[in-house]
Design a protein around this ligand. Structure first.
Ligand code: BG6
Length: 498
């Protein structure tokens, strides 16, 4: 059994190598996240960041690119010149042609070019196309830079179906042990998502109600206003089910539905999450036709401005890729039997919001005869973004004489108001966990594969069905069929301001 005391320590020296070092993810998320941790004094004293890319940049060129990225993505008051200079001094860049053995020798030389190279923890962050994961790992092994303390970080997607996910996992697994593989799902690094664990398990009042006896249903919404922008080439092969549901939404569902682990540790949480994934009701083709809705955005207005359709964003109109999914599923176990979980996500929706809503059952008996107004089911809204917090909807008596007037009210917890602190970006927490070797918030191989096992029948049915995704105007809540999915069960989607 793993120890309950934290074995995760900050190494004295670390070489953090980013493959795809000039890419969007590196410049927009990874480098700013590492900068923030440097600002807090949390990076190892002897920490280097090695950018590897096909760009013809020297160290100074990459430092300039990173300086520009920090200026764009870090708030001005957080940019302190001495810290920026210290951070930039940690950076080295290597142009690497994956086919050229001499370039790999140069990477080897760079990693050895430091005091006591054998003492440095090596992190290899693969922010590149997944088809390259296997070959990069193999090369790293061949040049002799993978020791037992080395770690590899994989960005999603891990494959595009179960078979390809297994291939990726096998290829990476030939070089790195499972404990050395960190599969990122950045939703698990979000403060409000981690707080879901604390809310559920560091308080007592929710747990007795958190089951089919008291919960009517659960809704999980991740809606975005952005379109596919410049990511069309990737997105058109993925679609919303692979891009968002198979990972982020299923992970949120797991945290809502999982049983309490004995403690929050590296394997215990993942053990419980994988049980949830395996308990999801498998979908038959008839279930897919009845319980899923896919959509694709058309022209419309987002924040008052006209935006193009998916086909226009893509530059061609032929694809059947979905940019919106709504579906109904169930966790088939003792706690949740009969409780629907409704999931929905889409691009170019009316607003950017991620929210989990637990809707409780109606009171069993109406106790206020003649009262004006009605009792409404209690609802707990867990606000993941943009305004992290929680809102509990209750029924209250409107003050005043003359009988009972029942009115909906809410108890609101805003993290911004409760904690006077900047909420770190998800990557800040996750990158530090990689450096310290803590895999609790990363997806284990069996989780990824269980998620694909459940997702695959939907993909197969959609691929063989003559139906196409339903069009929805940009700037809306998606196709009307998504509303029907709940209406036929006598329910409605809870929009954030309700
Ligand atoms: C990524 C998806 O994993 O998550 C993107 O590939 C999506 O399509 C993004 O836009 C959403 O992340 P966040 O943190 O902005 O909700």
């Amino acid at each position: 059994m793993e120890s309950t005391t934290s074995p995760h320590v900050l190494p004295a020296a670390c070489d953090f190598t980013v493959f795809g070092g000039t890419g969007d993810l590196a410049l927009r998320k990874l480098l700013p996240a590492l900068y923030h941790r440097d600002l807090e004094g949390q990076l190892p004293a002897d920490h280097r960041v090695l950018g590897v890319s096909t760009s013809d940049l020297d160290d100074a060129g990459w430092r300039d690119a990173v300086r520009a990225a920090l200026t764009t993505y870090v708030a001005a008051e957080q940019l302190l010149t001495p810290v920026v200079d210290r951070f930039l001094a940690r950076l080295r860049h290597l142009r690497l042609d994956a086919e050229d053995p001499e370039d790999w020798d140069r990477l080897h030389a760079l990693l050895k070019d430091r005091a006591h190279p054998e003492d440095a923890v090596r992190v290899f962050y693969l922010a590149v196309a997944p088809r390259l994961f296997g070959s990069i790992c193999q090369r790293l092994d061949e040049i002799g830079v993978v020791d037992e303390r080395a770690r590899v970080v994989l960005e999603k997607p891990i494959g595009h179906d179960l078979a390809s996910a297994r291939e990726v996992n096998d290829a990476v697994g030939r070089v790195f042990g499972e404990a050395q593989i960190f599969r990122i799902d950045h939703y698990l690094g979000k403060e409000s998502v981690q707080n879901l664990l604390v809310t559920r398990f560091a308080n007592t009042f929710l747990e007795p109600l958190w089951n089919s006896q008291w919960v009517d249903h659960v809704q999980i919404t991740v809606s975005e206003t952005v379109g596919v922008g410049g990511r069309g080439a990737y997105y058109d092969h993925a679609g919303a089910l692979r891009d968002m549901v198979q990972n982020h939404l299923l992970q949120l569902l797991c945290l809502v539905a999982m049983e309490p682990p004995t403690y929050v540790g590296r394997e215990t949480v993942r053990d419980e999450k994988v049980k949830v994934l395996r308990a999801l009701r498998p979908m038959t083709p008839a279930d897919v036709d009845r319980d899923t809705v896919r959509g694709r955005y058309d022209v419309g207005l987002v924040d008052g401005a006209p935006v193009p359709s998916y086909a226009e964003d893509l530059g061609h109109g032929g694809s059947r890729t979905e940019t919106f999914v709504a579906l109904k599923t169930e966790v088939q176990n003792w706690r949740w039997a009969g409780v629907p979980f409704y999931l929905r996500t889409g691009k170019r929706m009316d607003r950017r919001v991620s929210e989990i809503v637990v809707v409780f059952k109606e009171p069993p008996h109406s106790m206020f005869p003649g009262a004006e107004g009605a009792t409404a089911p209690n609802r707990l809204h867990i606000l993941v973004q943009p305004d992290e917090g929680m809102r509990l909807h209750l029924t209250a008596k409107e003050p005043g004489p003359g009988g009972y007037r029942l009115r909906p009210v809410s108890l609101d917890l805003s993290y911004a108001a409760a904690f006077d602190a900047r909420l770190p970006d998800a990557y800040e927490r996750l990158l530090m966990d990689v450096i310290k070797g803590n895999p609790t918030l990363f997806m284990r191989r069996d989780e990824v594969e269980a998620a694909w096992t459940w997702t695959e029948p939907i993909l197969r049915r959609w691929a063989s069905s003559p139906a196409r995704p339903r069009r929805y105007p940009a700037g809306t809540t998606g196709p009307t069929a998504a509303a029907m999915l709940l209406e036929r069960d006598g329910r409605t989607w809870q929009e954030p301001d309700q």
